[in-house]
Design a protein around this ligand. Structure first.
Ligand code: OOG
Ligand code: NI
Length: 465
């Protein structure tokens, strides 16, 4: 088509522009990025094997560019339009996360690229939450919040026009794509001017801090951007010497030789000066805490069987020791976690053979050289050393971890009682589509790699005979 930029290119450029904006808004994020870069460089220097594996998968380049961010939307129409906006960048909603079970009045999805090539090019993701306004108990306050949200438009006319153009023409050219990035960025920008009075803010805040954050501002400011590290324990331990105070424990699985899923840690939200709306249109100084920093380490994606075991083990560990916000039992919790996770093999071959995790299969040099010994049985091919496998990276999020991240940044004294039940149908109706199932995406990536191996096996045989 007429010189359209690829969605990967637009996504990559947008991710860099967002990162630059956030670095200027929250300078501590810049420090964190430097720390992550230093740690990643030293991990690659001391572990040439890891470097080779990442390179083979085409994943080495992506690591320093990799980010996820998060936003919280206020009304259904915002979710519908944000889906179209992310579609311009080749990002689709994957997974449904119900945070109300952890006492947080939102439900969420992750917008991200889904196919192998797109993930290699730029694996940018945005954890996107929608306020569960139905969970505001006080009817008058709920009506007031709805009225405030009804008055705002978080999208510029320019971005709306470019989203339409993208839909009509199936893409954007260089000039339009650059304009799109500038206009789209406006939705994610921080606004220190609140749209509400101090009294309204306080009422919203008393209902739930998150509600004040979503309702009181002109837009859904990006609240964190998360670089990916290759050694989260090392980053966590080095944060204080770089002037960053981490949360008490790392969320997710314990440290392992073969990392699984996702481990995350964050630094506390900053207290920022804002301006409320005064009675006569004047501005009244106040404070708000919402924006923070986070880092993550990603491991292999688990199958439904592996994930079920992960969820059970995590539950068990949390039953033994609930991590306290002040960190006083952090060591106990980490010890419980490591002990409880023993049943999940810490070995890629075992994870593969027992069907706990997803892998990318490829023909080895031996496999390429030995067409006669090739069979159609992937396990046999692996056993003979003709086919190798690399872990497929987990590209999604974890609800218990997300709840922990939310909580540590909303004030740790929040009650974590479960709110009303899950509301997936309502979420998907607002979104305008069903969210995609993460497991089937990993399964397709794995299947495609097996198909590619089998195709080469078949052609090698044909040549040999
Ligand atoms: C999102 C928190 C969840 C993660 O990485 O699990 C999240 C938010 O605070 O809006 O980003
Ligand atoms: Ni996050």
């Amino acid at each position: 088509m007429a010189n359209h930029l690829s969605s990967h290119e637009i996504r990559g450029r947008f991710c860099r522009a967002m990162s630059e904006m956030y670095r200027l808004e929250v300078p501590l994020y810049g420090n964190l990025m430097e720390l992550v870069r230093d740690v990643n460089d030293s991990v690659l220097a001391r572990d040439p094997d890891l470097k080779t594996r990442l390179k083979a998968l085409g994943n080495l380049e992506r690591i320093s560019e990799e980010r996820h961010g998060a936003i919280r939307l206020g009304k259904p129409g915002e979710l519908a339009t944000i889906r179209q906006l992310f579609a311009v960048m080749g990002m689709e909603p994957v997974g449904y996360y119900d945070l109300s079970v952890a006492g947080i009045p939102v439900h969420s999805t992750a917008f991200r690229p889904t196919d192998g090539e797109a993930l290699k090019q730029s694996p940018f993701r945005v954890f996107t939450s929608l306020l569960r306004i139905d969970l505001i108990e006080d009817e008058a306050l709920r009506a007031e919040a709805e009225a405030i949200l009804a008055r705002r438009d978080i999208f510029t006319p320019g971005v709306r026009a470019l989203i339409d153009k993208h839909e009509d023409e199936g893409g954007l050219n260089e000039t339009d794509a650059e304009a799109f990035i500038i206009e789209a960025l406006e939705t994610f920008r921080w606004h220190s001017d609140a749209t509400v009075s101090e009294a309204t803010y306080k009422k919203l805040h008393d209902a739930h801090r998150l509600i004040a954050d979503v309702v009181s501002f002109k837009g859904p400011h990006i609240n964190h951007l998360t670089p990916r590290t290759l050694d989260i324990d090392e980053v966590q331990s080095m944060m204080p010497e770089r002037g960053i105070t981490p949360k008490a424990v790392i969320e997710g699985p314990p440290p392992r030789a073969c990392p699984i899923l996702l481990r995350q840690t964050s630094f506390k939200a900053l207290e920022e000066q804002i301006a409320f709306l005064g009675k006569n249109g004047e501005r009244v100084t106040g404070h708000h805490t919402a924006r923070f920093g986070e880092i993550e380490q990603r491991g292999v994606a688990l199958t439904p069987k592996g994930r079920k075991l992960y969820d059970e083990l995590l539950d068990k560990a949390r039953g033994l020791a609930q991590p306290k916000a002040d960190g006083s039992n952090a060591a106990d919790y980490m010890a419980a976690l490591s002990e409880v996770f023993a049943p999940l093999p810490d070995d890629y071959e075992a994870l593969r053979a027992e069907g706990f995790a997803y892998f990318h299969y490829f023909l080895t040099e031996e496999g390429k050289a030995a067409p006669d010994g090739l069979s159609n049985d992937i396990d046999m091919l692996v056993a003979r050393g003709y086919v190798g496998f690399d872990p497929l990276v987990y590209e999604d999020f974890l609800p218990v971890s997300a709840a922990g991240i939310f909580q540590s940044n909303l004030g740790d004294n929040l009650a974590s009682d479960s709110l009303a039940g899950s509301n997936r149908a309502v979420f998907e109706e607002a979104l305008g589509v069903a969210v995609r199932d993460e497991f089937s995406l990993y399964q397709s990536l794995q299947d495609a790699s097996i198909d590619a191996v089998m195709a080469r096996v078949a052609s090698a045989r044909a040549r040999a005979s």
